[in-house]
Write a protein that binds this ligand. Structure first.
Ligand code: 5GP
Length: 185
């Protein structure tokens, strides 16, 4: 059932399943025998990677990083802060960075540069969603599930003020949700 705060579903539960199968097939073709380190970016990646990992038919290790750039709001601050670092050394490893959504590209670019600086053999990016219109740096994710318009979306890991991550689809919020918040503050 549609959540009362959702205006429009942009990517349905069924579409997400199809997208993830295709991403899994592409990654499985490219990473056989490479034993990559699969890095999930918390917290938004959780539903995405828990489904994607089951489609990856090769040896891999999993680790997590938590970086913040949006600080719960609607606009990227451009200021990327590491909240939780990896517990695995990346030197000489092929790394797959898994993001829920790439917008300005600043978060992924900053992490990618840092991992290459630490000696990763390669760093590729897999993202469920891509918003190329929001890009402020030159960065093209290597594996994109679905390109979406430049709108703020929630669900399937994506939050607004930490809510809505548990929705099984991706959608936009009704304008009244933002208005209510403005009235409260
Ligand atoms: P970037 O650095 O590419 O601008 O931002 C990447 C991060 O911003 C994503 O991991 C996500 O946390 C957040 N973000 C970007 N666009 C959206 C959006 O439409 N909805 C939500 N909830 N978060 C977004």
């Amino acid at each position: 059932m549609l959540h009362k705060d959702i205006e429009e579903v942009l990517v349905s539960q069924e579409e997400i399943k199809t997208i993830i199968k295709a991403l899994g097939t592409a990654l499985t073709e490219d990473y056989a025998n490479k034993k990559p380190l699969f890095v999930g970016l918390l917290k938004g990646c959780v539903p995405f990677i828990s489904d994607l990992l089951k489609e990856l038919d090769f040896m891999l290790e999993v680790d997590f990083m938590d970086v913040s750039s949006y600080h719960g709001g609607l606009q990227s601050s451009g200021d990327v802060k590491i909240v939780k670092d990896l517990s695995t050394a990346v030197k000489g490893r092929h790394v797959i960075l898994a993001e829920d959504i790439v917008d300005s590209g600043q978060t992924i670019q900053a992490i990618r540069s840092m991992l290459l600086y630490r000696g990763a053999a390669s760093v590729r990016v897999v993202t469920l969603l891509d918003k190329p219109k929001g890009r402020v740096v030159q960065l093209q994710p290597d594996y994109v599930g679905r390109t979406i318009p430049d709108a703020f979306v929630v669900g399937y890991g994506l939050d607004y003020q930490e809510f809505y991550r548990n929705l099984p689809y991706v959608g936009t919020l009704k304008p009244s949700v933002y208005q209510t918040e403005n009235e409260e503050s």
